[in-house]
Design a binder for this molecule. Sequence first.
Ligand SMILES: [Fe+2]
Length: 406
Amino acid sequence: MSTATLVGGALQERLDSARQRTDSIFRLLKPEALYSRPIPERHRLVFYLGHLEAFDWNLICRKTLNVPSFHPQFDALFEFGIDPPVGQAATDQPSDWPSFEEIQAYNERVRSRIDELLDRAPEQIIQVVLEHRLMHAETLAYLLHNLAYDQKLPGGAPLVYCANRLANPMIEIASGVATLGQKAGEFGWDNEFAEHQVNVPGFRVSKFKITNGQYLDFVQDGASAPHFWTRRGGQWFYRGMFSEVPLPLNAPVYATHAEATAYARWAGKRLLTEEQFHRAAYETPQGSERLYPWGHAKSSDSRGNFDFDHWDPVDVDANPAGDSASGVSQLVGNGWEWTATQFGPFAGFQPMPFYPGYSQNFFDEEHYVMKGGSPVTAACMLRRSFRNWFRPNYPYVYAGFRLVED
Ligand SMILES: [Fe+2]
């Protein structure tokens, strides 16, 4: 067997498993829910059913291998998602979209053509297709999170949380070098290049992400409650994926960038910058940097709540094996972390020729960098250089924050 076939075989396996992941998320839906729009600023769910295959088809077959289209109308209909300013919703109707059966037939045909042609596609293109699908597994999860419980099949038992509020001490991080970005020759999205180093002055950072309990003090002082909370009978609840649970005081609060910034101001501290996140997560007392907070080894279950371990967050002290060298917890997993850094290009940025708008369309000073990863971020995207970004008032993401002081 040639090397190319071996590489192709491994990628085919990863593609099969990513497809199983997104298929399993769609299976959580009751049939009538497919045409719902759980988040006003995003497409109806039915769009994503066609989008994953249309994206793979357009990129691998049409744009890379010049294979003639068998369904140009669907290739175009399902090509692009939307990201309008919050509050500007789309106006399409369920009847504007094709039937489930038509989309399934398209998807099956796309999958079997792609499987036949996979060995001819460059590895980088397949990596893009894989990570694109897994990113959508995450966005599908938060779309479904906002769907009424009666539109989903029942999930498992809710997670168990500790009721006593934890302290959240500040930890000293010495000044030193942070390496941002991905090495040339390794796979990364365009915004991860070029790799470079930054000197970061010393600072203090909270050991844990800010918890629901800490945020509750802010709410009791007059702030509004985050999107993931609801109040009934004088008690606060966290709106989980499949059920509401009494507010878990030691789980990270999921909040918008605007809420995180307001909390930081109220607490007399600041959100950490992207560079400070790197220092807190990857520095060691010896002056070297790690690939993951816990070391150089890839993820394993005990290191954090990621790679679809759970649909909801666990307590902030649940994964001490994933602590950084300085003892900062859950920098990867259990919720992305908002940074104070606006999303923009690193020096040497070049858009990917086959997907020029992936990052560049968002270099608009209206999006902020998130680092780390959520419970439903796939393991491959936990790499140090991976950057995520959202609008500051977009409330649906599994994202929290931690605070710093000089
Ligand atoms: Fe997409």
